[in-house]
Design a protein around this ligand. Structure first.
Ligand SMILES: [Zn+2]
Ligand SMILES: [Zn+2]
Length: 324
């Protein structure tokens, strides 16, 4: 990864040019740099959590105006394909663009996106916080929806990066009982402040404390945000009867599963990827009402390589953002 000067992007018809205020730094960035994910083209500008101010609008743009404070939905859905018609625009079959995966993202001074991909940021909500909600908050909302979490459910959040800390809050709002697992004591403290009822040190035995916290029954839901062989095994072992394991995180690891061990307690494994545009609207609203808080760690764009190293080393607490 390098930081360099490139020609400024220009908005075409139905597109908008945004002066980036902040772009969140996500674990997904590390997956790109490590080769676990491959962008559709290279070189590409990373950064799929972007908020800023509209600087220019292309021909035919009517609903967005210069000066609007906006956040960007990373997957620029066509709103016409089979997935979009079914309400699953996050799985759009023919996206107009896909920030940092197929089109240039927000680790830049400016970015061009389709006008249909932007969402207005409510007054009073800081743009750096709005940027982080584009991925961490929205991913959390989507995952809780996928899992179908009920009030009173014992819900484990396995990993407390940006998505994990957002999950704790969304679960608390849903009336569930969040149990956070992490290795870092500082993050566990933050998880507790944000609503985790129980915190478990992930460097030791995870199953026993979760069984203890759930009266021996095991968890109703485990959100797996790490996705390694080791964490998958611990997550499955912590799951109760009819429990649901939700994969949100992943790694290079593969995981072996014995169907028998799932069938007998009638457990489910489901997955959750990204979020719908409507979930970004909801996350921004929750953020503006103070129900979804983010600890933002601000850096300058030029420091991107160092910030990514810190993220990899687990030294970022909350969500780092890059400001141009
Ligand atoms: Zn992300
Ligand atoms: Zn579509």
């Amino acid at each position: 990864m390098v930081v360099e000067d490139v020609p400024g992007p220009r908005p075409g018809p139905t597109e908008v040019l945004i002066d980036v205020a902040a772009a969140g730094v996500c674990g997904t960035e590390l997956h790109f740099l490590d080769g676990l994910l491959t962008p559709a083209r290279t070189p590409i500008t990373l950064g799929h959590e972007v908020a800023g101010v509209v600087a220019e609008v292309g021909d035919g743009v009517e609903d967005v105006a210069v000066g609007d404070r906006v956040a960007v939905h990373y997957r620029h859905a066509c709103h016409r394909c089979r997935s979009c018609q079914a309400g699953n625009d996050h799985l759009c079959d023919a996206p107009l663009g896909f920030l940092a995966f197929a089109s240039d993202g927000g680790f830049a001074e400016q970015v061009v996106v389709p006008a249909s991909a932007v969402v207005r940021v409510p007054d009073g909500l800081d743009l750096a916080v709005a940027a982080t909600l584009c991925c961490s908050g929205t991913t959390a909302l989507h995952a809780v929806g996928v899992a179908g979490v009920r009030a009173g459910a014992d819900a484990v959040v396995y990993g407390t990066g940006g998505v994990g800390l957002a999950l704790v809050q969304v679960l608390r709002e849903a009336g569930a009982r969040p149990i956070a697992v992490a290795r870092d004591p500082q993050r566990l403290r933050l998880a507790r402040e944000l609503g985790a009822e129980v915190t478990v040190d992930g460097s030791g035995d995870v199953e026993a404390p979760i069984r203890e916290a759930t009266g021996g029954a095991g968890a109703d839901v485990v959100f797996e945000l790490v996705g390694t062989r080791e964490t998958s095994a611990a997550a499955l072992a912590s799951l109760g009867k009819r429990g649901t394991l939700v994969y949100v995180g992943y790694s290079f690891d593969t995981v072996e599963i014995s169907p028998l061990s799932l069938v007998v307690p009638e457990q489910r494994i489901v997955t959750s990827v990204g979020n719908r545009r409507s979930e970004l609207v909801e996350a921004l609203d929750l953020g503006a009402r103070g129900l979804l808080r983010t600890t933002v760690d601000e850096h300058f764009l030029d420091d991107a390589p160092r910030v990514l190293d810190e993220l990899r080393a687990g030294r970022i607490v909350g969500r780092a953002v890059l400001r141009p």
